[in-house]
Design a protein around this ligand. Sequence first.
Ligand SMILES: [Ca+2]
Ligand SMILES: [Ca+2]
Length: 198
Amino acid sequence: MVTRVAATLGLVIMLVIGAIGAPARTSAAGADLVVNGGFEQPMLSPGSFGVFGAIEDWTTAYGAGIELQNAIFVAHGGAQVVELDSHSSSAMYQDIATVPGVSDTVSFWVSPRPGVNAEDNVLSASWDGRLLGTISSGPGGSVTAWTQYAYTVTATSSLTQLQFADAGVSNSLGSLLDDVSVVENEIQYGICTLYDAS
Ligand SMILES: [Ca+2]
Ligand SMILES: [Ca+2]
């Protein structure tokens, strides 16, 4: 009896230790999968800009590079934005860690560049090599005017490329991009019946 009690107690202790040692289950739903989606890295001096082959987690796909601006215009978030008509019409991408079959929402904010014509303020967004949309944000006013664009997508692999490209006239002036995010949508569970009524 003592042996059985001791054995049972040992099992309980093992189960408790196992439960404590087990990692907590976490869900990626709601977490932003984009790194540096607000383009705040690298931080430039206020009023300045730079053209880069790559910035944190974004890489030039083609063209002269990624133009980062700090407080030249009012950003949607933070101080910095990206303009993809840098020295010429350019494109950039980030490879996003995705879960195949899971639905995501791709979201970003676009403003026409103040003071430039509508034909300059055209930007395209692609997911997994497919065009999400071509955004013509119209003529630029005296200040930035930010609009959010959102698309529901489903990943087909564990790494999905999100790309943005200037799609206006190539002349170093183009629309502005800020606060890019990719968020997993909540999984909708169905209701199942667990009893047999027969
Ligand atoms: Ca920003
Ligand atoms: Ca342009």
